[in-house]
Design a protein around this ligand. Structure first.
Ligand SMILES: [Zn+2]
Length: 239
């Protein structure tokens, strides 16, 4: 992927996440720099639905802008660099505050796949509580120390919840993390509906593994084309 393609893809990802209600005026998505794996690309501080190519900035792993050119970065950009630093397999990171996932971050309720399309969110999703190490804060991850602890809580998983705040979704491609972000939100909604009806039967570890073993780029492409259409963005196949 060229730098230009990565920027274009990132703009589309922002528009899709906004269109699908995963992010509102807040939340952000990044992609690892295609030529400099120790850097990442992330918009300036702006609502995802409004983001254009000129908003995309380049950051070093510790969250320093390479050439800010007067643009103000997100205060929570440290999340992205901390994840890329400890997860060489990760090519894209989403941080969002979907209202559907918040209830699971503030209770002991288990968030786990209840439907095959949601298998990519992982068998058991941990919750990171900033207060445990950092006391009473405004809950924003505004420094590298907090971001590193959050990345450690994520571990090798695709998702970690943040108590009273939101979550982080990490994965091997931008299309995969957008897919899993949207289906994380759907799973949370489905789980709350199911819980109101009775005891939940979650997907087993074997079922999750079976779904993921047969999931290829075809699944992500089929969804991405549709979401591009809904978000009013051109679709570029990436098989
Ligand atoms: Zn946040």
């Amino acid at each position: 992927m060229t730098l230009g393609q990565a920027v274009d893809e990132l703009v589309t990802a922002n528009r899709i996440l906004a269109r699908e209600g995963v992010v509102d005026s807040f939340g952000h998505v990044s992609i690892r720099h295609p030529d400099r794996p120790d850097r990442y690309l992330l918009s300036r501080a702006r609502a995802p639905e409004c983001i254009e190519a000129d908003d995309v900035m380049e950051f070093t792993g510790d969250g320093a802008p390479v050439d800010a050119a007067g643009r103000k970065p997100y205060s929570e950009r440290f999340i992205h660099g901390a994840v890329y630093d400890v997860r060489p397999d990760v090519q894209s990171v989403v941080h969002h505050h979907s209202p559907s996932v918040i209830p699971f971050s503030v209770t002991g309720a288990r968030l786990s796949p209840v439907m095959h399309m949601c298998a990519g969110i992982g068998a058991r999703i941990p919750t990171w509580d900033s207060r445990a190490s950092f006391g009473d804060t405004n809950l924003l991850v505004t420094n590298l120390a907090m971001a590193k602890e959050l990345a450690a809580a994520l571990g090798e998983r695709p998702v970690v919840l943040m108590r009273g705040h939101g979550c982080v979704v990490a994965g091997a491609s931008l299309r995969e993390v957008v897919f899993n972000s949207i289906y994380l939100q759907l799973n949370a909604d489905l789980q709350m509906k199911a819980h109101a009806l009775g005891d939940i039967t979650f997907l087993s570890a074997g079922e999750i593994a079976a779904v993921l073993s047969t999931r290829g780029s075809f699944t992500f492409e089929r969804a991405w084309e549709s979401w591009c259409r809904r978000a009013g963005r051109p679709y570029h196949a990436r098989p």
